[in-house]
Design a protein around this ligand. Structure first.
Ligand code: SAM
Length: 303
């Protein structure tokens, strides 16, 4: 199947489109006051029902360069401090879409830790996405639609070629791409082995609860005894249950901001799509597990 990144239904749009021209006061009143507060009980109910009956699809390939800068700061700070890489840090990244997330992480790691020896082994279900990622050439819409984009990141990551943005050759040395299915644990383990950093973001919410549990089992099996799992974008109650099951503990630094940045991309009326997420609710039980996107496993953890 051939798929390509699609902005339909997502809030962060290519620059210049009508949808991208936001009226911020109007947006604040609609999103935070109306949708996230006044209509909250209705939204929670509707979303719970939707999650029960909705058919999941595997061809939502929306992605973004510099999608969540607060999570990147967590990665380059507390997460790396925890991993304490000895020798080369091998990173396994699944569901990479067109490569935007992979090149973003490579660029930011190289910038913040110039002496760090690392390699990102990235993969996606769809060969067409792998071909796009390997080509490493993007349109301005694909590169610029992040609300967090900076000139510094553009300079660090791309060379301009006509209307295109081409990933710097020196950055491409840090990554490789291949096809892989999150649900095929045996092949994943044979291909990637275990690594101290495993990343599978904004994909688990596209799986049924049963498939999410299988995929999560596979992800944990790819994780080194002392390792970190980055899992933005999964059904929140499943995140609580599965991280508990495997004895993974959340990084709690900047929890709320990191979670809120994940919501920038989903529609304001979040209950209308199964991959939408409720706002950060202080009264939720297991708040750090529910809203956390980075989890650690320490040596000796058993489950
Ligand atoms: C919404 S994109 C997320 C891309 C990127 N990780 C990010 O966070 O921006 C979801 C990706 O998951 C991939 N995908 C869906 N089902 C998969 C599976 N079973 N195994 C591996 N990748 C899958 C899709 O092809 C798509 O590229």
């Amino acid at each position: 199947m051939s798929v390509s990144p699609d902005y339909k239904d997502y809030s962060a749009k290519p620059p210049g489109t009508e949808a991208a021209k936001a009226n911020s006061l109007y947006e604040f009143l609609r999103n935070r006051v109306l949708y996230d507060t006044i209509l909250l009980p209705y939204g929670l109910l509707r979303h719970r029902r939707l999650l029960k009956k909705s058919k999941r699809v595997n061809d939502h390939t929306y992605t973004c360069f510099l999608r969540g800068p607060a999570q990147l700061r967590l990665l380059t700070g507390p997460v790396l401090d925890f991993i304490r890489p000895q020798g080369r840090l091998d990173i396994t990244l699944l569901a990479c879409s067109n490569g935007a997330e992979t090149y973003t992480i490579a660029s930011v790691l190289r910038k913040t830790h110039p002496d760090l020896d690392f390699h990102i082994y990235a993969s996606d279900l769809h060969q067409s996405m792998i071909d796009r990622a390997k080509a490493a050439e993007y349109s301005s819409d694909e590169v610029l639609h992040s609300v967090y984009m900076t000139e510094e990141f553009l300079q660090d990551t791309f060379l301009a070629q006509g209307d295109s943005y081409v990933v710097r050759p020196e950055l491409r040395e840090y990554v490789s791409f291949s096809q892989a299915n999150l649900l095929d644990g045996e092949t994943l383990r044979a291909k990637f082995g275990q690594s101290p950093l495993v990343i599978a973001q904004n994909v688990l919410f596209h799986l049924t609860p049963e498939d999410t549990a299988s995929a999560f089992d596979n992800l944990v099996s790819l994780l080194a005894p002392r390792g970190v799992l980055l899992i933005e974008g999964m059904q929140l109650d499943l995140r609580v249950a599965l991280t508990k099951k495997y004895g993974l503990s959340p990084f709690t630094q900047n929890l709320r901001q990191i979670f809120q940045e994940t919501r920038v991309h989903t529609p304001p009326h979040w209950w209308r799509v199964y991959w939408g997420t409720e706002p950060f609710l202080f009264w939720r039980k297991d708040r750090a597990r529910r809203y956390g996107t980075a989890f650690k496993r320490d040596e000796g953890t058993s489950y």
